[in-house]
Design a protein around this ligand. Structure first.
Ligand SMILES: CCc1cc(N2CCCCCC2)n2ncc(-c3ccc(F)cc3)c2n1
Length: 258
């Protein structure tokens, strides 16, 4: 009997989820969604597991979130996977995290290719382990002609460093006569950032109840809608992404106007 109830509930949940997806698809979805995937360590701690168990569980959620974002027609999904500040963590945790891209791609790259997903990365590559970078660059190369969702991983990324480096590049171009001060506007400055190929995020999602940006896309998020949830990233499910997008669709964005 209990088994039959579980089957009925699962069937019911999946039809509810399917209904909600169809409802969401009737209205414009955010073109660019950015997610700060927070709460992995706390998820593990709640279960008396090592922190790395939370990161591993969080990796599985990346796949399901990516597949749903692709199905909804979202153009770009940027995931904050490792910040420039994360190097302060214990070495064993960093070593584990730096193996996750290989594990993820070994398992899911065929599915990403099959679903027309394009993998990209933004961040400071020089400090990443070679094995991590090789795996990511292989995926970038194998998906470069795909035209579906752009899955953009922010790895060893820090927004203030990104802005400082952009200013340095502007100064170099100014001294070389490539640009003049009258040329420098928001659009021109944006072209010097790591996100020059992307539109600004329309929606930022942050999990685990933290309400701060943590040095993530500070320039690019100027006009983005924010959606915060107490849900820990390893517990983030399709319905949470749908809730965030439904909230976005109900908001009227004014970009400073009335
Ligand atoms: C190297 C930092 C890191 C951390 C991480 N975590 C740990 C923290 C956040 C939660 C998700 C799991 N994941 N999960 C997938 C990737 C990944 C990155 C690039 C790529 F091409 C394919 C997969 C990943 N990368």
């Amino acid at each position: 009997m209990l088994n039959k109830i579980k089957i009925w509930k699962n069937q019911n949940n999946s039809s509810t989820l399917r209904d909600k997806i169809e409802e969401i698809k009737k209205l414009p979805v955010p073109e660019h969604v950015a997610i700060i995937m927070d709460g992995n360590g706390r998820w593990a701690k709640k279960r008396a597991l090592p922190r790395v168990a939370g990161h591993h569980e969080g990796m599985k959620v990346v796949r399901k979130t990516t597949m749903l974002a692709n199905e909804l027609g979202i153009k770009t999904l940027t995931l904050y996977a490792f910040s420039t500040e994360n190097w302060k963590r214990p070495k064993n945790e960093i070593d584990f995290i730096m193996k996750l891209p290989e594990e993820f791609l070994d398992t899911f790259l065929p599915e990403l290719v099959e679903n027309n997903v394009q993998v990209k990365m933004m961040g400071y590559k020089d400090q990443l382990p070679v094995h991590t970078l090789n795996a990511i660059e292989k995926a970038i190369n194998e998906t470069k002609d795909n035209t579906g969702l752009v899955l953009n991983f922010a790895l060893n990324y820090g927004s203030r460093a990104e802005i400082i480096d952009a200013v340095k590049e502007v100064l170099i171009d100014y001294k070389s006569g490539i640009i003049d001060e009258k040329d420098l506007d928001e659009e021109t400055f944006s072209s010097y950032l790591m996100t020059s190929d992307f539109s600004d995020p329309d929606l930022l999602i942050r999990t685990s109840g933290e309400i701060r940006l943590s040095n993530f896309m500070l320039w690019q998020l100027a006009y983005s809608e924010f959606w915060f949830t107490d849900v820990l990233w390893p517990d983030f499910r399709e319905e949470h992404l749908l809730d965030a997008i439904e909230s976005f669709q109900k908001r009227q964005r004014r970009f400073g106007g009335i």
